[in-house]
Design a protein around this ligand. Structure first.
Ligand SMILES: O=P(O)(O)OC[C@H]1O[C@H](O)[C@H](O)[C@@H](O)[C@@H]1O
Length: 500
């Protein structure tokens, strides 16, 4: 059993030792607590652990079996035990495993990519200027993030994303588009998601031509029943979790937005991080240290939230993406064996891009009563053509991490900064398909390793089902054809009916 109590004793020992002191005591710390994997550099020197606490964290990694767990994941073992499945997102992007099942899945993924390349070419050759990608959750957030981050100005097609069941979303997405020059992709692993089926039907009817409707699904029968021709359906499989699926054909909109070659470079970057996470020694392993840092902040320091702050406009959707990846994966309170957990699991993840957020919520980060650990993410080379802006962006990024850690004393309590606010800095040499693939894969593996330490399943999401079931039961009540069981809901329905 991982020993969280020892972590807490280290936190207690360090309670009066701020990070500034740890840095003074150890002149090597700033450099020693950094790791690099290809174009991805990470600095953890402003986290509130010292050498002895780190020893305890690596001991915990050992007790939890991080190295073996990474191997199990990549080999395609049934890591999603509550649903009896593997979670082989690594097999979608090259493969650091020799296990036969994992190899077989890689081969299926490669075949699907060949078909996807053909379909990308077909869409581009068909005079299409706009693509509407319809999906939600894992069938939306990943493609939306990557297409937004990596699309180049002047790309042959513009990709739009439609997720919310609110009809205003469909209206806003379609306004200004020409149905004769638009294609639609319906993405749904199950092809049973209410939002995607309703929005998909709106877009299909608006297009008025089934020839430009494509689907990505693990349920080919349902996609076909929706009226999509088999040659325009790309597969996915039950061994790919929705929030881990952007590397599969779910990435079709990405390939349309950035080109198939750059999509494959994204996969190659992720594969490089896979190989690192499974092969690197614990103390050199970036996924290990990222996960251990999260466990330290949650379970040793008891910090209830975690901010992610990309200092790059192109990564503005990263916080939204990570909210699903982290909170759907780690928002659990039962261990794999069903026993209740002794430790707190996922903190609330939130964030937004710098420098905008400096002018909104940073006040609370600097002087609020809650300490919020933060992942700052920066890009060394911006390539935006505005060097002065980029220098200002980097100056702000470095300044915030420094100010949060060091604080500033003042006789006036209103003008005093306590400091000792922990942060990690992740720096990409440049934002490329490769470096973004690595960054996302780093978070995937960090999340998985945290789940291993807590003994929970990172790959199910039963928590989202209850609300869906209740919503389905309430649909007839909204049409006035049934009564709701719940007293409050009955009052609310009456209120809605009276004002409709
Ligand atoms: O891809 P789909 O089957 O349409 O599912 C879309 C999403 O809906 C579910 O409710 C889950 O919370 C997500 O993990 C999933 O990605």
């Amino acid at each position: 059993m991982p020993d969280f109590a020892t972590l807490r004793s280290h936190a207690a020992r360090l309670a009066d030792t701020p990070v500034v002191r740890l840095l003074q005591d150890d002149p090597e710390r700033a450099r020693a607590l950094s790791l690099r994997v290809g174009p991805l550099y990470a600095n953890f020197a402003r986290q509130r652990y010292d050498g002895a606490a780190l020893d305890a964290l690596y001991a915990l990694a050992d007790q939890a079996g991080f190295a073996a767990a990474m191997r199990r994941l990549l080999d395609g073992e049934t890591v999603n035990a509550t649903e009896g499945r593997a979670a082989l997102h690594s097999a979608l992007r090259g493969n650091a495993s020799a296990a036969p099942f994992s190899r077989e899945c890689s081969a299926q993924a490669a075949q699907a990519r060949t078909r996807m390349r053909e379909l990308v070419d077909a869409v581009l050759a068909g005079g299409v200027t706009d693509v509407v990608s319809v999906g939600i959750g894992g069938s939306d957030l990943g493609p939306r993030l990557v297409a937004d981050a990596l699309a180049l100005p002047g790309a042959p097609v513009r990709v739009h994303f439609l997720s919310n069941v609110d009809g205003n979303a469909a209206r806003r997405t379609l306004v200004g588009l020409d149905p004769a020059k638009t294609a639609a992709i319906l993405i749904s692993k199950t092809f049973g998601t209410q939002e995607t089926l309703l929005n998909g039907a709106i877009v299909r009817d608006w297009l008025g031509d089934d020839a430009r409707v494509y689907a990505v699904s693990a349920n080919v029968e349902r996609a076909a029943a929706f009226g999509i021709a088999p040659e325009r359906i790309l597969p996915m499989w039950d061994w790919v979790g929705g929030r881990y699926s952007l590397w599969s054909a779910v990435g079709f909109p990405i390939a349309l937005a950035i080109g198939m070659d750059r999509f494959e470079a994204l996969l190659a970057g992720a594969a490089e991080l896979d190989a690192h996470a499974v092969e690197a020694a614990p103390r050199e392993n970036l996924a290990f240290l990222h996960a251990l840092t999260a466990l330290w902040n949650r379970n040793a320091l008891g910090l209830a939230t975690q901010a992610v702050l990309p200092y790059d406009e192109r990564l503005r959707l990263l916080p939204n993406y990570l909210q699903q990846l982290v909170m759907e994966s780690l928002g659990k309170s039962a261990r794999l064996d069903g026993a209740p957990l002794d430790e707190d699991t996922v903190p609330v993840w939130w964030g937004g891009p710098g420098t905008d957020t400096q002018h909104s919520f940073f006040q609370a980060l600097h002087q609020g009563t809650q300490v919020v650990p933060a992942d700052f993410i920066g890009v060394v080379r911006s390539e935006d053509g505005f060097e002065g802006n980029h220098r200002a962006l980097l100056a702000n990024l470095l300044a915030q991490t420094e100010a949060l850690a060091n604080g500033q004393a003042s006789d006036d309590p209103h003008r005093a900064y306590a400091g000792n606010r922990p942060s990690t800095l992740l720096l990409l040499d440049a934002l490329t398909p490769q470096s973004l693939g690595m960054l996302i894969a780093l978070y995937e593996h960090s999340v998985y390793l945290q789940s291993v330490a807590w003994g929970i399943n990172a790959f199910d999401q039963f928590g989202v089902e209850l609300g869906k079931q209740v919503a389905n039961r309430l649909l007839p009540a909204l049409e006035g054809k049934a009564e709701a069981d719940d007293a409050v809901t009955r009052v609310l329905l009456a209120e809605i009916a009276a004002r409709a």
